[in-house]
Design a protein around this ligand. Structure first.
Ligand SMILES: Cc1ncc(COP(=O)(O)O)c(C=O)c1O
Length: 359
């Protein structure tokens, strides 16, 4: 079979001339490693979210690991996290020797299920990782009452709001990812945000190994470079327009895909969705898994790269039973291309192909 040459990729960075200029200026300055631009980027992201400060690091996964360490989580402590998420949060927990307790999600929003989280609490629970999935903030009201520190994972949701306030202000620590195809990119990169200066201080000390008064197990080289921070700052100056473009594409998809009968993204009252991913759910059938595989292949051959929004849920990796919502999401959720650099032609072609394939 022939694959169309004009493939619409599932994701793509949104880069412009101003980004090239910003990075080139750093190259010319001779200050490439962690320096003033990293500090400036930390201040800018913290101000955007509305928290006291930030610590820029090499990836979102590194930010998660440092967040747990800065909260004092250690070997044999338990950390609760949802099954329907990428491997990064699980890896951060096990890398520091803690025990992951995996819970189910709420299928309508794909967010961690507060009821299941409460049931998973034990005297050893030291933190709950709350990913805000696909661009919609999870509801933290019930989770806040559980008496355990929350790590808000905003890797996919920077810029979303809850009753007019930026996501990422509630947890003891918030983490971001600036991977190449994230909402705002630095190639690779991440940040830990907090209102607690002691947490930020601890994370700063752990992200590098040099010039410390003593050898600290847990310290590593998790630094971001000024080259990356310059790209992040340049992207941040256009961030509002990125979100507007995502909203416009999502509105078009909603109109175009509504009549197909797929379940469109849910947006609870008081929250904004910034559509890092446009995730629809197909109606479950006796062979959902096979139908999804076949649909993805047909779309790819027609030039539209859709994906499962989570490659493999954690309960599937770990062969665990008892995760019905994560299981159903694994079988029926479909992520449709959406990014600021998507052209109108790509947007309309994507919607048309999907409508034809789902008819
Ligand atoms: C919810 C979530 N958390 C953490 C990460 C890890 O971020 P990074 O790839 O920057 O390590 C990702 C990356 O996709 C993510 O989606």
């Amino acid at each position: 079979m022939t694959v169309s040459l004009a493939m619409i990729p599932h994701s793509r960075p949104s880069l412009g001339d101003e980004d090239v200029e910003a990075v080139t200026a750093v190259l010319g300055s001779g200050q490439l490693g962690q320096g003033p631009r990293v500090e400036q980027f930390e201040r800018a992201v913290a101000a955007f979210v509305g928290v006291h400060g930030g610590v820029a690091v090499s990836s979102g996964t590194a930010a998660l690991e440092l967040a747990l360490l800065a909260l004092g989580v250690g070997p044999d402590d338990e950390v609760i996290l949802p099954s329907y998420v990428c491997a990064a949060p699980w890896l951060a927990v096990v890398r520091i020797g803690a025990r992951p307790r995996i819970v189910d999600i709420d299928l309508a929003t794909f967010a961690i299920d507060p009821g299941a989280t409460r049931k998973a609490l034990s005297p050893r629970t030291r933190a709950i990782i709350v990913p805000h999935p696909f661009g919609l903030a999870a509801d933290l009201t019930k989770l806040q009452t559980l008496g355990v520190p929350l790590v808000e994972d905003c890797a996919q949701t920077l810029g979303a709001t809850v009753v007019g306030r930026q996501v990422g202000r509630v947890g003891q620590v918030t983490v971001c990812s600036f991977y190449a195809t994230k909402l705002l990119c630095t190639g690779e990169g991440g940040m830990l945000l907090s209102n607690d200066e002691a947490i930020l201080e601890k994370a700063r000390a752990l992200r590098e190994y040099d010039e410390e008064p003593s050898l600290q197990a847990g310290s590593f080289n998790f630094k971001m470079t000024d080259l990356q921070a310059a790209l992040g700052l340049s992207q941040l100056s256009r961030f509002r327009s990125f979100l507007e473009r995502r909203a416009a594409i999502a509105a078009y998809y909603q109109r175009a895909l509504g009549p197909t009968g797929v379940l469109l993204p849910t947006v609870p009252e008081g929250r904004t969705h910034i559509y890092y991913r446009y995730v629809v759910r197909l109606r479950p059938s006796h062979d959902s898994q096979a139908s999804m595989d076949a649909l993805l292949t047909r779309l790819e051959h027609r030039g539209v790269q859709c994906r499962r929004p989570v490659f493999r849920a954690l309960h599937r990796y770990l062969n665990l039973d008892g995760y019905p919502a994560s299981e159903q999401a694994s079988e029926t959720a479909l992520s449709v291309p959406i990014y600021p650099s998507m052209t109108d032609d790509e947007m309309t072609r994507t919607a048309r192909m999907l409508c034809e394939e789902l008819a």
